[in-house]
Write a protein that binds this ligand. Structure first.
Ligand code: KG4
Ligand code: ZN
Length: 394
């Protein structure tokens, strides 16, 4: 059982092929292609939607070829594209000529492959970017006659923390104790979500302003660091901690003691700005100190609220998902808090995605579809109903 998965919600174009082996439950990552647009957006300090759309459209077919080649997918012989099919492609791609032309050329020489489902991110994300993946999925589905499974990007981030690598290219889903509490931390989201099982989610808190990844990116800009700022800020912070000296900066922990599970990061960001203004020009050591002060504040709020939610809701498993889940300090701090809790008799298992799967990719989208396949509850969408929704929630 093979799934072709597509991700274009932000600034990464991802395409992969996953093969589910019913006999032993293994999921093989047979082909994977990913193109980052970091270079394109770096000069703007954030993602520029119309440029993202164009880059996705240009990269889609080359990446599809790359992933299919690596997966060595067989193409079953079939008729060449007739004028009617070409017309259909240009109708589906009416708002995206580059994509339409590229797909038309590709499909001319690539008849239906041995793929059972196409999984595609339908939201949340930047709508112009999401539409590229959705439109491409529609075309491939219509021409190859393969059903489409629409996937929520955030669910992809959650399930990706629950896979275990069993060999070089094989994964399986870990046996999780539900309910699971997920801390979702990315460039667009900061939320706490409880899952009774995969597919059934309840949001218990979220940011009231900036997402934590966005705050990392903005602080990075203030410190003159490149986009995306998370890894750069974190690296400076780690350099500061190695020095083992007192930090001249302290930043606030907004909403740390609020009784709800909401977050606020714009206050830390503004406090960082004021700290820079009050201090005057920053030398390298000042920048490291400020990066550490910011990371300390952001991580403390995330961890304390997550642990409190896990205790209040009695969730035996905590998952961290999204780009910021790659943050080494967050990983280390949460793990050590959970170890300390275990000594007091509260056992919580914390799961993080593999580092390379924390930021956006297609594997997470394919894995979310695999959850449906394994449960035998595949939710296919009619092509006429398939649409991008930038604000889709879990
Ligand atoms: O999930 P993701 O790839 O895209 C969205 O869905 O938003 O997350 C990207 C975000 C960016 O804001 C980036 O700065 C942040 O995740 N990020 C990090 C780290 N790696 C990526 N933030 C802190 N530490 C990191 N190591
Ligand atoms: Zn994401």
């Amino acid at each position: 059982m093979k799934i072709l998965a597509i991700e274009t919600s932000c600034d990464e174009t991802g395409i992969c092929i996953l093969h589910y082996k019913v006999e032993n439950g293994a999921i093989e990552l047979c082909g994977n292609a990913l193109a980052s647009q970091i270079d394109i957006h770096a000069q703007y300090g954030g993602v520029f939607p119309s440029l993202a759309k164009r880059a996705h459209a240009e990269k889609f077919v080359p990446l599809l070829k790359e992933a299919m080649k690596e997966a060595d997918v067989e193409h079953v012989a079939g008729p060449n594209l007739g004028a009617d099919k070409k017309q259909l492609i240009s109708e589906i791609c009416a708002k995206d000529e580059i994509l339409g032309e590229n797909l038309s050329t590709y499909l001319q020489s690539h008849p239906k492959p041995e793929i059972d489902y196409i999984a595609v991110t339908v939201g949340p994300g930047l709508e112009p970017a999401l539409w590229v993946g959705v439109t491409a999925a529609k075309v491939l589905s219509a021409i190859w006659d393969i059903p489409v499974i629409p996937i929520n990007h955030m669910e992809g981030h959650i399930v990706t923390a629950a896979i275990e690598k069993t060999s070089d290219k094989e994964y399986r889903f870990a046996d999780l104790a539900f309910p699971v509490l997920s801390l979702l931390v990315s460039g667009g989201h900061t939320e706490l979500v409880i899952a009774e099982q995969f597919g059934s989610y309840k949001k218990i808190g979220q940011t009231r302003d900036d997402a934590v990844g966005e705050a990392f990116d903005k602080v990075a800009r203030m410190l003159g660091l490149p986009y995306p700022g998370g890894p750069a800020v974190s690296k400076l912070a780690a350099q500061f901690r190695e020095k083992n000296i007192e930090n001249q900066f302290t930043l606030p922990r907004p909403m740390l003691h609020s009784q709800d599970y909401d977050f606020s990061f714009s206050g830390i960001k503004t406090a960082t700005l004021y700290a820079i203004r009050d201090h005057g020009e920053l030398n390298d050591e000042d920048k490291m100190a400020l990066a550490a002060a910011f990371e300390d504040a952001a991580v403390e709020v995330l961890i304390k609220k997550t642990i409190r939610a896990a205790q209040e809701y009695g969730t035996p498993t905590v998952i961290v998902g999204g780009g910021v889940a790659g943050n080494t300090y967050l990983r280390a701090q949460l793990s050590s808090h959970v170890e300390a809790l275990a000594k007091t008799g509260t056992d919580i298992t914390v799961l993080f995605p593999e580092q390379w799967l924390a930021t956006d990719n297609a594997v997470m989208i394919g894995m979310a579809a695999m959850v449906q396949v394994i449960a035998g509850e595949i939710k296919i969408s009619a092509l006429s109903e398939l649409k991008a929704d930038g604000n889709l929630s879990l």
